[in-house]
Write a protein that binds this ligand. Sequence first.
Ligand code: PRP
Length: 216
Amino acid sequence: MLTVALSKGRILDQTLPLFAAAGIEPAADPAASRKLILDSNHHDLRFLVVRPADVATYVQYGAADAGVVGKDLLMENGGEGLYELLDLGISRCRMVVAEPAELAAGDDPSRWTRLRIATKYPNITRDHFAAKGVQTEIIKLYGSMELAPLVHLSDRIVDLVDTGSTLRANGLVEIELIADITARLVVNRASMKLKSSPLGTMIADLKAAVAAASAA
Ligand code: PRP
């Protein structure tokens, strides 16, 4: 039996068509069902439906053999005990530094020495600025980071940007790119050895689906 952990929320809308293109479909709609373990159209494959931030934990401990998780969470939390095997090319977005447009007008990132930053991603933020020799005071938030500069909680934010509409709606602009982000297929290291045949088949089928989607 293969157990695959799926991230709930927006990422699920793009994950399910990719798995369907690889011939794998849950028995019920995970977005609608309250069940947390779902059978699939393969008798030897089932899905877990978990919060995005928990997917890597299920896979690390072997409670799931594989999982779908954003690169942002892998960067933030580390990827111990798992292999990052496939860039699924979905949930594409950017991790950026953003700030109010009026600050950006006279700002020069090469002159930054000390910044006060609000973010849900303290480790990514610390690592990014430490590598540039910029000191940071990091204020940890759990969402709606765009609010922080508007009420002077911070000068800048580190956050994910997709369409840019949340930044625009709040008078913020991107000033620096940290990383391009997509969802990844991660696999438990022991499962890779013990279940290499069914995992290999699933990975090959997903690879073909990713290639077909990128060619479309
Ligand atoms: C994410 C992200 C931005 C927004 C970016 O937030 O943190 O706020 O989406 O998308 P856009 O560029 O298309 O506007 P999410 O909606 O996941 O909620 P959160 O603020 O609670 O993290």
